[in-house]
Design a protein around this ligand. Structure first.
Ligand code: WTA
Length: 652
């Protein structure tokens, strides 16, 4: 390893390098005087007005507000700030489609495209505070539409292109969007994903949508509703058009991003403008050390928070160059990613442990065939990275030269919260640990009672002080916001993750503490999937759990009780899989469906998912004492044995 980098755990605090001291010191400073610290960071960005404090305490969740009376615009800071500078003709975005088509945008060109798109939205009546749902494949227009929306002071709600009809309709209805931006389709593994075909039935249920803007990507014929639908290329102005960026106050919402929780209804995490922007500006540099010299490739989809923060916003706020790729990692050849890194000279690669484990399975021949020497930093996000995958990534992709930043964060946190901070200091890494919190992140691992647990003990991760990137509410549901995140441990943010802090103060993230699954890095709610299954006429009841998986981390498994008189069959199973695919999307399709006659439930009819998980993973019954207060050990044991014998009986 390079000097200062060690792959094995440090034995004691006395070995902590000066780099760690620096990071801890910066963190302490940010917590001691958030107003001063973040005000200074923000002074590097453009604000049309700076009045009052950077941070203001509040009595209600989230207990703080950022830049409440400052005014700015996110698209201005990502684009206009570079116009007329040395960076204006620098490439902002290299894009490559799955079929191999390529597009490149300089900052000036991207700025022009965003203005064009904003003028179309404006003509369709989109103004400050209006919601725009964006449902697009991984094409430049996704970034352009997002930046155009925030330019108008409007609020985007991007729905992942891997979600399907019902999931899209539910998200549109919750946000009450008036415009939807979509495309005829996108490319995935050589096939067209028929986005417009998924949109049309969804729009039968969404009364608020007035207009649909359709970007032509694949060119296959699609139905266009003459009143409602507009081809983007037909309505976009041909002459250069400028749209003045609307300067909004710091807490003004910039976007909603629907995320999974523990009920069937997705939660619209609502992000601010200024706090979010400052968080992205800060973390992109602190963690990735990103500067205009870099070519940053974040492989996440734009429909997840990683895509929002580290494709659309973070790199542009730093004047970096991004690479965006439309298709599957292994199409048309398993070397696709390595070719891209070599061809473009990617310097920072940010991806998920699932992708890394997928490549690991194929061996190291692929990466060996390519010159990956442009890489200098590797990142990981979305799920815990196992030390084995960490080491493979370090060895075979980074050639033992590139430090790995394992970054822990969530949709709700806006940006990275716990990670090595290469832009600030170098210190020892430990495979599998996200290391130390970012400035201003007061991360504390607590027990059931909210007491700090000693080093080495597992507990719940909480964040005990507001931070700039923090979401401001759940769209239209402040009660749920307070209840889900701030009531379990009153006054502090509950992350719903298990974590452990070791003797050196390093954090180890140990998976979700609630009923949310992580499937190939995607956050999926067990209850939303149950709800979708219940929409099928044959299904009386369903219980979904995440089964551990060596590559994808988790895979959904459903236990289903059929309606009386409906016989189980393999044909019905196929039909249910298809039902999930077309209603919720391919990412949610269960790896296994079991037809059962009874589901293990507590006396108050709550499904005992932990118990189902034990049975499905063929483990002995785990600790039931904390399962449910109202369920006795005997009852749990009986339910376990019943389900076990049922699953053994049913054909797979
Ligand atoms: C998990 C993704 C371990 C965690 C940015 C969290 C991680 C959830 C890591 C949020 C990591 C994310 N190590 N676990 N480095 N990063 N997670 O909202 O369980 O899609 O709560 O945001 O992913 O998922 P989300």
């Amino acid at each position: 390893m390079p000097p200062g980098w060690e792959s094995e755990p440090l034995p004691t605090m006395s070995h902590i390098s000066p780099g760690i001291e620096r990071v801890l010191e910066i963190n302490r400073r940010a917590l001691a005087d958030p107003d001063e610290f973040w005000g200074k960071v923000a002074s590097e960005l453009y604000f049309a007005q700076r009045v009052g404090p950077a941070f203001e305490r509040m009595d209600d969740p989230p207990f703080g507000r950022w830049f409440p009376r400052w005014k700015t615009n996110l698209s201005y800071n990502c684009l206009d700030r570079w116009i007329g500078t040395d960076l204006q003709h620098k490439v902002a975005l290299h894009w490559e489609g799955e079929p191999g088509d390529r597009r490149t945008f300089t900052y000036l060109q991207l700025w022009k495209e965003v203005n064009r798109f904003a003028s179309v939205l404006q003509d369709l009546g989109v103004g400050e505070g209006d919601r725009v749902t964006i449902y697009l494949p991984m094409i430049p227009e996704a970034i352009i539409a997002m930046l155009a929306t925030v330019r108008l002071g409007a609020v985007h709600s991007v729905v992942f292109g891997g979600f399907a009809t019902q999931a899209l309709a539910d998200r549109i209805n919750d946000s009450k969007s008036k415009v939807l931006v979509t495309a005829d389709g996108g490319w995935r593994r050589g096939k067209i994903v028929d986005l417009k075909g998924l949109v049309d039935p969804a729009l039968l249920q969404t009364p608020t949508i007035e207009r649909v803007v359709v970007v032509k990507r694949t060119g296959q014929p699609v139905e266009m509703d003459a009143d409602r639908d507009r081809w983007y290329h037909e309505v976009a102005p041909t002459k250069e058009t400028k749209v003045a960026p609307v300067m909004v106050e710091g807490p003004h919402p910039s976007f909603l991003l629907y995320t999974s929780g523990t009920t069937g209804r997705p939660k619209g995490a609502c992000h601010s403008t200024a706090g979010y922007m400052v968080w992205l500006y800060y973390t992109t540099q602190a963690v990735f050390d990103l500067s205009p010299k870099d070519l940053f490739w974040c492989t996440a989809d734009i429909g997840w928070v990683t895509g929002h923060s580290y494709i659309t916003y973070g790199p542009a706020l730093r004047g970096g160059t991004m690479l965006m790729y439309e298709g599957a990692p292994d199409f048309p050849s398993p070397d696709r990613w390595w070719e891209l890194i070599e061809r473009y000279g990617v310097s920072i690669l940010y991806t998920s442990p699932t992708a890394i484990r997928g490549f690991m399975r194929r061996g190291d021949e692929g990466p060996k065939r390519h010159d990956l020497s442009s890489l200098r930093i590797l990142g990981s996000v979305g799920e815990p990275i196992n030390p084995e995958a960490w080491r493979w990534y370090y060895e075979h992709i980074g050639a033992r030269r590139c430090p790995i930043v394992d970054t822990w964060w969530q949709t709700e946190t806006g940006g990275i919260m716990i990670a090595p901070q290469l832009g600030l200091a170098r210190y020892a890494l430990k495979p599998g640990s996200a290391t130390l919190p970012i400035a201003g992140v007061d991360a504390v691992v607590v027990d059931e009672q909210g007491r700090r647990v000693p080093p080495g003990e597992r507990g719940f991760l909480t964040i005990q002080h507001p931070w700039p990137g923090e979401f401001t509410t759940l769209w239209g549901d402040p009660e749920r916001f307070a209840q889900v995140y701030f009531s379990r441990f009153p006054g502090v943010y509950y992350a719903a993750d298990f974590a452990m802090q070791d003797a050196d103060g390093y954090f180890w993230l140990l998976g979700r503490a609630d009923e949310v699954m992580k499937v190939a890095g995607h956050r999926i709610s067990t209850t939303e999937l149950e709800h979708i299954l219940l929409l099928h006429p044959a299904v009386a009841e369903s219980a979904v759990i995440g089964r551990s998986d060596a590559v994808k981390f988790e895979v959904p498994v459903a236990c289903i009780i059929l309606k009386p008189g409906v016989p189980p069959s393999s044909q019905l199973r196929e039909e249910l899989l298809l039902h999930v695919r077309t209603n919720m999307g391919p990412i949610a399709v269960p790896g296994q469906i079991y037809f059962v006659e009874k589901l293990p439930k507590t006396r108050s009819a709550k499904i005992m998912r932990r118990l189902i998980r034990d049975v499905v993973e063929e483990r002995p019954l785990g600790d039931v004492t904390t399962l449910e207060d109202e369920t006795s050990v005997e009852e749990a044991k009986r339910a376990y044995l019943e389900l076990k014998s049922e699953l053994e009986r049913v054909p797979k």
